[in-house]
Design a protein around this ligand. Structure first.
Ligand code: C5P
Length: 220
């Protein structure tokens, strides 16, 4: 039994990695599994919310009752998120969005020419999806994630301020990519609160309860 702490609310979530094409058969991606974001989508749905999940390339089943949109690149993720953002009350950015993409995607597969020369890739910066949503005129309540290797609280607070978002959730390392458990540090205007190491599904339920408290405090 899950308490319906998000009844009547709507949540838009990004999850997984992005894939940035080099040519029709190659690309750059990262090791995000999408597990945390999918667990949060499921927990929000079980808590009574209408949930839209924008997912990068991951091998995970769609949680029951969740509307899923599959994308590949950061730009496609932004294009899926932006028109939906103000139609949701909450935006949770768990996706590990590539910071850069190849400046050009070759039309045909890049071939070895036998000379031993290697291709050189030039990069362009990707849009920051979370910061773009947070800067909208009537933004949803924005929740960001932070993976840091050092000075966790300091960096999380700085990221929260820089992206102008009310709540940031920091992964309390070590690296959690692909694993089934994690530990989180919630940082908002009131301070920091730790959710100790637990399965990602359990952490997602706890995060949803924390989120509900903050939404209720905002609207009453
Ligand atoms: O700046 P950094 O990548 O560390 O910020 C992480 C947070 O910002 C995560 O919530 C991530 O989903 C979001 N993000 C984004 N678009 C980007 C980069 C990060 O939405 N291009």
């Amino acid at each position: 039994f899950t308490p319906k702490v998000l009844a009547g609310r709507s949540v838009l979530i990004t999850a997984g990695p992005t894939f940035e094409a080099i040519d029709p058969v190659r690309g750059i991606t990262n090791r995000s599994s999408g597990k945390m974001g999918f667990a949060i989508a499921q927990a929000c749905e079980r808590a009574g919310a209408r949930v839209t999940l924008v997912a990068g390339p991951v091998a995970l089943p769609t949680p029951a009752g969740v509307e899923r949109i599959d994308v590949q690149s950061a730009q496609a993720m932004l294009d899926a998120v932006l028109p939906r953002a103000t139609g949701h009350e909450v935006f949770i950015a768990t996706a590990a969005v590539a910071d850069w993409r190849p400046a050009h995607c070759a039309e045909h597969k890049i071939k070895k020419d036998g000379s031993g020369q290697t291709p050189t890739l030039a990069f362009t910066e990707n849009p920051d999806i979370l910061a773009t949503v947070a800067a909208l005129p009537n933004p949803p309540y924005c929740v960001g994630f932070a993976a840091e290797s050092e000075k966790l609280l300091e960096h999380a607070q700085a990221k929260r301020a820089r992206k102008r978002i009310p709540l940031i959730v920091a992964n309390l390392g070590p690296a959690t990519f692909g694993q089934d458990d994690n530990a989180l540090l919630l940082v908002d205007a009131e301070g920091a609160r730790e959710l100790p190491r637990a399965p990602k599904t359990e952490l997602a339920t706890q995060l949803v309860a924390e989120l509900a408290l903050r939404l209720n405090a905002r609207t009453t």
